[in-house]
Design a protein around this ligand. Structure first.
Ligand SMILES: Cc1ncc(COP(=O)(O)O)c(C=O)c1O
Length: 448
């Protein structure tokens, strides 16, 4: 254990930081100057040294109802004491059936079947496999290609990084990615759309690139197109007006399934249950995680249109229809957390609350226009992106310094390179929006 890897008096004991290999973290730098959270309640974290930190990111875009909500805590405790685990293969338990029924009631169109997984990454890989299984069932066995999008984030499974378009996440694994994948161009266009409030006016024509891929590959070889309806992790890219509708039309025209990855946008983030509702574009498959259980217990899901489920299940010979699933699919604790989370969303009207706060949020965010190095501000629902001009020769450095400065001032923000991404719990109030945006502004000025 090195000296830098120890901090004293953490929760009353010495804490070694050495052994844990942290995910998506600069391990060496972190262990020299750690940022440790000890507890959370509502809109705030408390650090191990007792500082209060306003959560501007709902954890990692997931704690939509705020932290340690009593009904969710209670439901998880009760489930843990009643049914700690039950096998999900050839066996079942009421919690997962109840959650599937509840969530299906929320879904738009004829999305009405639910396959449970444990994370967004698993949801994406499961959706890709369901798409392939669907075409196998239909006898269209050559439909196996996928189309993703540059700058897309679909988690870290081999399927997800293959259809995803974030280069650093793919670089070390390029030699073994899924072989039959093409990418649409991303929709980020500061030259035409900088400082747009809501959906940008320019860029719907980028959907037409799907026609180019179809011409090159043949529609009959493409199983599915997967996109985030609003790209989050790459730094908040709001889809241009008309873009998603056009993708839907092209997929329909060519018999291709459309998958929306709603791991971030699901469960109220945009002020509607799902981005599919917000944009009025219904995908064939939808992947979710995060807000499904308010992140209290890990859980993800694939939502599936009626016809896709029917085709796969009813065309199979007797026996298991889909050879896929996880030990913890539909885990009782996660399902109990999901049921309680949906109750909180409903009884507190949190999706509507997000919609009604969105104009105030938008004004607050755009008040940062004009601060040093701010080259774009974007927003939708309760999501905000503030893009900073990279420092010459040091991309990402300015963004990271703003993130650290915010944390020291008592605000948790998130950065992707030089883009600050904000997504507070939907319970945020106007004074907390002011506190959040005021702190971000102060940090941007201090770092400049
Ligand atoms: C759109 C999208 N898909 C998939 C994932 C992966 O989810 P997880 O980290 O739970 O595997 C994320 C995570 O941020 C995401 O934003």
């Amino acid at each position: 254990m090195t000296e830098t890897a120890t901090i004293a008096n953490v929760l009353g004991s010495e804490l070694s930081l050495e052994e844990l290999w942290m995910p998506f973290t600069a391990n060496r730098a972190f262990k020299r100057a750690p940022r440790l959270l000890a507890s959370a309640s509502g809109m705030y974290y408390t650090t191990v040294d007792g500082r209060r930190v306003l959560d501007g990111t709902a954890g990692l875009w997931c704690v939509n109802a705020g932290h340690c909500r009593e009904p969710i805590v209670r439901a998880v405790q009760e489930a843990a004491a009643t049914l700690d685990f039950a096998p999900g293969f050839q066996m079942g338990h009421p919690y997962s059936f109840m959650l599937a029924e509840r969530v299906a009631e929320l879904l738009p169109g004829d999305l009405d079947h639910v396959f449970f997984v444990n994370s967004g990454s698993e949801a994406v890989d499961s959706a890709l496999k369901i798409a392939m299984a669907y075409f196998q069932s239909k006898g269209e066995t050559q439909r196996a290609r996928f189309v993703g999008r540059l700058r897309g984030y679909h988690g870290v499974g081999f399927g997800g990084i293959s259809v995803g378009g974030i280069e650093p996440n793919r670089r070390a694994y390029m030699a073994q990615l899924l072989p039959q994948v093409d990418h649409l161009p991303h929709t980020h266009d500061i030259a035409r759309n900088a400082f747009t409030r809501g959906q940008p006016a320019h860029g719907s024509e980028l959907a037409e690139d799907l026609e180019r891929i179809i011409r090159e590959r043949g529609a009959e070889t493409i199983a599915a197109v997967i996109v985030e309806p609003m790209a989050g992790s790459t730094g908040v890219l709001v889809p241009p007006k008309g873009y998603l509708k056009r993708l839907r039309e092209l997929c329909d025209k060519h018999g291709i399934l459309l998958i929306f990855d709603e791991v971030i946008t699901g469960f109220g983030r945009l002020g509607a249950p799902f981005a599919a509702d917000y944009f009025d574009v219904i995908p064939d498959l939808m992947t979710v995680a995060k807000g499904l259980t308010n992140a209290a217990v890990p859980m993800g899901a694939v939502f599936v249109r009626h016809g896709v489920y029917d085709t796969v299940v009813n065309s199979a010979p007797a026996g298991i229809e889909l050879f896929h699933g996880y030990t913890y699919s539909g885990h009782p604790l996660a399902a109990a957390a999901g049921l309680a989370t949906l109750d909180v969303y409903e009884t507190e009207g949190l999706f509507e609350r997000a919609a009604s706060l969105a104009p105030y949020w938008e004004d607050a965010l755009h008040s940062l226009r004009g601060l040093p190095h701010v080259v774009d501000i974007r927003n939708l629902g309760l999501v905000g992106g503030i893009e900073l001009e990279p420092r010459a020769g040091a991309p990402g450095a300015r963004g990271f310094e703003v993130f650290v400065d915010c944390f020291n001032r008592g605000v948790l923000a998130r950065v992707t390179g030089d883009i600050i991404a904000l997504s507070p719990p939907l319970i945020i109030d106007k004074s907390q929006i002011d506190e959040l945006i005021g702190t971000i502004g102060a940090a941007i000025k201090a770092v400049a």
